[in-house]
Every structure is written in C-alpha cells, then in structure tokens.
Design a protein around this ligand. Structure first.
Ligand SMILES: Nc1ncnc2c1ncn2[C@@H]1O[C@H](COP(=O)(O)OP(=O)(O)OP(=O)(O)O)[C@@H](O)[C@H]1O
Ligand SMILES: CC(=O)N[C@H]1[C@@H]2OC[C@@H](O2)[C@@H](O)[C@@H]1O[C@H](C)C(=O)O
Length: 399
C-alpha cells in the first residue's frame, strides 16, 4: 500500500489531530492562520486554538490578486500563474508562523487550506440557466503540501457545489458542531467582506439550521475608503463614517435590489456589491455627490440594515443571542446601528463561546478538514437544502 495512505489512516484514527486552518477572505487583508487541536469528530468535536495569527498581505500581493479578483474579464495567464503562486505564498506564511510558534511541521497533522476566493458565481448572480453554481478559490493544495511537508486538504467548496449547494456559506457545518446549545436560539453573525449568519435553534433540530449570506459587510466600506483616502485600507473604528450623515434616499436605493428579496439561503460577493453597484444606486436616487464621510456613513448603515432586514425576515420577532465575528465587529458605528435596530437581541462575540472572533473562519476550516478525516457525512443528514451531507476538501499528500 502507498505509505501516504497509511499515514492518512493513522491521522484519521488518532483521538485528536493538530490541524492548521487557513482562511483568506474577500477583504484581501491577509491570511488567517489558526493552529487547532481538534479532538473527536461530529457533535463530539472539541477545538482548542493553540496559536492564531493574521499574516497581512503585502501591497504587492493584494495588487497581483486584484488583477483577477471579482472581475468577469481577466488575463488568463495571470489566473494560471496565481494558482501555484498563492499556494506557495500561503505555504511560506504557514512556515513563518510555525517558526515563530516554535512548532515543527512534523508536529502538525494536516493543513486545511481554503485558498483565495477570486470569483463567486451562484446561478442567481451569473444568470445563465445552462450553467451551474460556481466558485473559484486559488492557491493549489499540492503546492501547500509539498512546500510545507504537511498533508493538506483544500478546495472545500467544490463538493458543496457538486452536491447542490452554492459553495457557501460553509460556516454552518462548523458552527453546528461547535456552537449549538440546547435551549438558546443562536445567531452566529460573521461580518467580513461579505456578511453572513448561521441560525442554530435551541431545539437542536438539524432541519431548522441554516446559513446564508445577507449582503455587504465591509467590502463597500473598504472600497470607498481606499478610493477617497488612498493611504487607508479600511475605515478604522468607523472614524470616517462617524463624521458623516446617512442619506436616506441613497440608502433606500441601495436596499432596492432583487438579491434582498430572494429566498434564503443565498450567497453573494464583491462581483455584485462593488463600486458600480453604489454608483448605480446614486444615479437612480439622484444623490450623485455625497461627501466621502456621508457616503461612508450611508454604506455603514446599508451593511447594518441588510443584516437587520435579513434577520427580521427569517425571525419575525428576533429574540436571539447574536455572536459576532469577523472584522466588522471592530467597527463601533456598525455595531451601534445593529444594536439600535435590534434592541431585543443580545449582542456578544464568539469569544464568549471560547473562539477568538478573528480566528473563527480559519478554525471552521480546520473543523471541516477534521470531519473529512475522522467524521462522517451522515452527521449532517436531514439538514436543510443548502447544507448537503458531504465530506469536503481534496487531499494533497506532501510526497
Ligand atoms: N478596527 C476596525 N474598525 C473597522 N473595521 C475593521 C476594523 N478591523 C477590521 N475591520 C474590517 O474588517 C475587514 C476584515 O474582516 P475579515 O478579515 O473578517 O474579512 P474576510 O475574512 O476577508 O472576509 P469574508 O469573511 O467576507 O471572506 C477589514 O477589511 C475592515 O473592513
Ligand atoms: C465564495 C466565498 O469565499 N464566500 C465567502 C465570503 O466571505 C463571507 C461570505 O462570503 C461566505 O459565504 C464565505 O465564507 C465563509 C467562510 C463561509 O463559507 O462560511
């Protein structure tokens, strides 16, 4: 037998595994690296985050990715080169972290590599009925495995697509395994480039659990902050938005899009929520030249309002505990708007559940890899459409 398979079998049979979860999201801010100790599997999964670090993307890396990011027309050569290039880049970032943490690569069982999403095209967004839901993450797993010497699982979203999902949100699987609690209806709200939430009913009924994207989290805020204030990459602590006024007519135009009326679950990305989206809403509402501060105030309210409306549509009397994560939870203007609009909800963060909010998505990919190795797809049997009962991740051996 190929010794790689014996190695895989040994890792799968261990009571616990050390797995590095990697996530680089739509904000292009960097690579989240979470070294996790995953014990057990399925609903018995226990995770301890041993180390976490976000390795910032240098400006040059962001620029290379931006050449293809969320663009319908690109250089095919650039796309081809980026796939191994990002794989090697992420591998080097992992090796740097391991050196800093004084952990040898041989002490890690597996890497769970999400890769860099460069294009997300659910059918409702591409609008071509003869083509399926599609999504593309770059950063080839074989390159990560060979360069680090660590078994790597990657490209998690394709199985979800193949089994009838939109390739996202995948958070629901890990959220269910780690955070379900009998007797408390929970919302796990992640505000990254795109905002999404998972609903975990206190009844623990698998069929009621679902996860959906709800609209822009920070993606528009980042785009216009960078546009008007080129030395800044985001509106830190909402400092710019807090100096502006919300334009109600522009806000109404921003919220007037079929995406918001479509049924849940649904997914989206910066392919829809981008500068053109805002410019079109400005044209329709006749608000052509709001000041940069007013525009950022309005866009922050837009992010908050799209989250609030999604929650209100799903739960007519939202009386829930909301566990926030992702970069948006550091924005007090956004968080205050959410609290004001949903006074009956209790807002906290996943810290309360033992997972650092900035690490949450990377941890969830470690959990997906743990399930692929040691769990069974049956764990999710009976889940809603959108959560197919499958194991995700492609296996790359290091040798
Ligand atoms: N102190 C802060 N104040 C305001 N915004 C912040 C702050 N810290 C982070 N952010 C926002 O969070 C963003 C990064 O969030 P995060 O890393 O969760 O996104 P992501 O994982 O790239 O996106 P996604 O989850 O959509 O894939 C930044 O681009 C910025 O907009
Ligand atoms: C295609 C893609 O990368 N989608 C991301 C993105 O970032 C947030 C939101 O849009 C979510 O649907 C998803 O990531 C998280 C980790 C998920 O799959 O749950």
């Amino acid at each position: 037998m190929n010794p790689n398979l014996l190695h895989l079998l040994r890792i799968a049979q261990q009571p616990a595994r050390r797995i590095i979860g990697l996530m680089s999201g739509t904000s292009l801010d960097g690579l989240d690296v979470a070294l996790c100790r995953c014990e057990g599997s399925g609903i018995h999964t226990r995770v301890q985050v041993e180390h976490f670090h976000t390795v910032p993307y240098p400006e040059e890396v962001k620029n290379q990715i931006r050449e293809v990011f969320a663009k319908a027309e690109i250089s095919f050569e650039q796309l081809c080169l980026l796939h191994p290039w990002i794989g090697n880049l992420h591998a080097d970032m992992v090796l740097d972290c391991l050196r800093q943490w004084q952990v040898a690569p041989t002490e890690v069982d597996c890497i769970a590599s999400h890769g860099q999403t460069v294009y997300h095209a659910p059918r409702h967004q591409h609008g071509r009925p003869d083509f399926p839901n599609a999504t593309l993450q770059l950063g080839d797993g074989d390159h990560v495995a060979v360069r680090t010497g660590i078994l790597t699982l990657s490209d998690f979203r394709q199985k979800h697509l193949a089994a009838g999902g939109e390739g996202a949100p995948l958070a629901v699987y890990g959220d269910y395994l780690l955070f379900s609690q009998q007797g408390e209806d929970r919302i796990l709200l992640n505000m990254g480039g795109i905002a999404n939430f998972t609903y975990l009913p206190g009844s623990l009924q698998l069929a009621e659990i679902f996860s959906t994207d709800v609209g822009p989290g920070n993606t528009l805020l980042d785009a216009f902050t960078q546009h008007y204030f080129p030395t800044l990459s985001y509106d830190a602590n909402g400092a710019l938005a807090s100096q502006g006024q919300v334009h109600e007519t522009l806000l109404a135009a921003l919220l007037d899009h079929p995406f918001f009326q479509a049924d849940f679950p649904k997914t989206t990305g910066p392919e829809l929520f981008n500068k053109e989206y805002v410019q079109q809403a400005q044209t329709r509402s006749g608000t052509l030249a709001p000041s940069p501060h007013d525009l950022l105030a309005t866009l922050t309210q837009f992010s908050a309002e799209s989250i609030v409306r999604a929650l209100e549509r799903c739960f007519p009397v939202p009386n829930l505990t909301v566990y926030a994560s992702g970069g948006g939870m550091h924005n007090p203007v956004l968080m205050t708007a959410l609290r004001q609009r949903l006074p009956q909800c209790r807002f906290t963060t996943t810290d309360e559940l033992g997972i650092l909010p900035d690490a949450k998505e990377a941890v969830l990919f470690a959990v997906l890899a743990n399930e692929a190795l040691a769990g069974t797809p049956e764990t999710f049997q009976g889940g809603q459409a959108g959560n197919p009962a499958v194991s995700m991740g492609k296996i790359s051996f290091a040798r």
